[in-house]
Write a protein that binds this ligand. Structure first.
Ligand SMILES: Nc1nc2c(ncn2[C@@H]2O[C@H](COP(=O)(O)OP(=O)(O)O)[C@@H](O)[C@H]2O)c(=O)[nH]1
Ligand SMILES: [Mg+2]
Length: 320
């Protein structure tokens, strides 16, 4: 056992040992993997946790097949170019936001506690779709699966209510997440989750307080002020969701065919020509001779190296 594990690791490990539900155990294992520092000294432990995670997943699917459950548990299978998971207190406007951003029809209510199950919608963004997940409100005693949803998302939308004390609500949310080793950050690594802070209901509330909170919070995180009623800030939020996912769209062109930007493949930012090729067809790993690139910058069909780094909107023609 490496000596330099942070103390939270042992807290989570204790919860893991005490948990009886396999799905709960899985959440803790994933949490443990996220917490441990990533270096040579922990490689064995990382590998061990990964093995336990995959064994637990197997056990869960066997349990499902045999019809056995063990209480309610919710997870949302990823669809589209990325999954954005909302975090918020009751009444902050998560369901309204889901309905504004997507084709979903979640129930919106004057009273809190409407959303007790995750609800999903797909947000159309230019030529791709991004999955948005509306969640039950966050409390300290929220069920473990809610934290599992946060951890599995590609990024979080932290939704605050401008009619309330945004600064206090923000701290409440962060404390509850931090207690479960989820930290909102601009980068995504280990137990840090990329996040956007959404100040909703900007059509009302104390405008000066909103501005000063946005300025302070904006030093660490992306902050947008929106109103699902007036539509203010919604387009900006859509763009920010796309950039926060750190993905690019790459199009393919067949040899001898005209250039058409349709049905992009979605790749991580920083992906190269060979990675795009392998994503489209495994055989390209061996067979790809070269590729030609059309790009908004200055490529109009020039040959590019396999290691060439792609940008959003690039068009590739593969030569095998
Ligand atoms: N003034 C105003 N009210 C809003 C806005 N967005 C949502 N609401 C109201 O806030 C209440 C809670 O909204 P809902 O989406 O159900 O919140 P949830 O509990 O976080 O899902 C409802 O009465 C909504 O009509 C907004 O942008 N401006
Ligand atoms: Mg709701």
């Amino acid at each position: 056992m490496p000596a330099n594990l942070p103390p939270q690791y042992f807290d989570v490990e204790k919860k893991y040992r005490e948990a009886r539900d396999l799905r709960e155990k899985l959440v803790y294992l994933q949490e443990m993997l996220a917490i441990i520092p990533k270096h040579k000294g922990t490689e064995k432990l990382q590998a061990d946790l990964k093995t336990r995670i995959s064994k637990t997943k197997d056990l869960i699917s066997k349990q499902k097949k045999s019809g056995g459950t063990g209480g309610a548990w919710y997870q949302v299978e990823k669809q589209g170019a990325g999954q954005i998971v909302m975090v918020g207190l009751p009444n902050s406007g998560r369901s309204s936001l889901l309905n504004t951003l997507t084709n979903a029809h979640a129930e919106v209510a004057l009273y809190p506690f409407t959303t007790n199950l995750p609800q999903v919608g797909m947000m159309e963004y230019e030529d791709i779709k991004i999955q948005i997940v509306d969640t039950p409100p966050l409390y300290e005693e929220s069920p473990p699966w809610l934290f599992g949803l946060y951890r599995n998302g590609d990024a979080l939308l932290i939704v605050l209510d401008a009619q309330s004390d945004v600064s206090k609500d923000y701290d409440t949310l962060m404390d509850a997440m931090n207690a479960r080793n989820i930290f909102a950050e601009d980068v995504d690594s280990g137990n840090k989750k990329r996040a956007i802070v959404v100040l909703n209901k900007s059509d009302s509330g104390d405008q000066d307080a909103l501005k000063s909170f946005a300025a302070k919070c904006g030093e660490d995180l992306q902050v947008v002020t929106v109103s699902t009623e007036s539509g203010e800030g919604i387009d900006g939020l859509r763009n920010l969701i796309f950039t926060t996912l750190r993905i690019i769209r790459v199009y393919t062109k067949k040899i001898g065919h005209p250039l058409e930007k349709r049905d992009p493949v979605v790749l991580k930012i920083g992906s190269t020509v060979i990675e795009a090729a392998e994503h489209i067809h495994k055989d390209f790993r061996k067979n790809l001779k070269f590729a030609r690139l059309w790009s908004d910058s200055n490529y109009q069909g020039q040959r590019v190296e396999k290691s060439h780094v792609l940008t959003d909107g690039d068009v590739l023609e593969f030569h095998a």
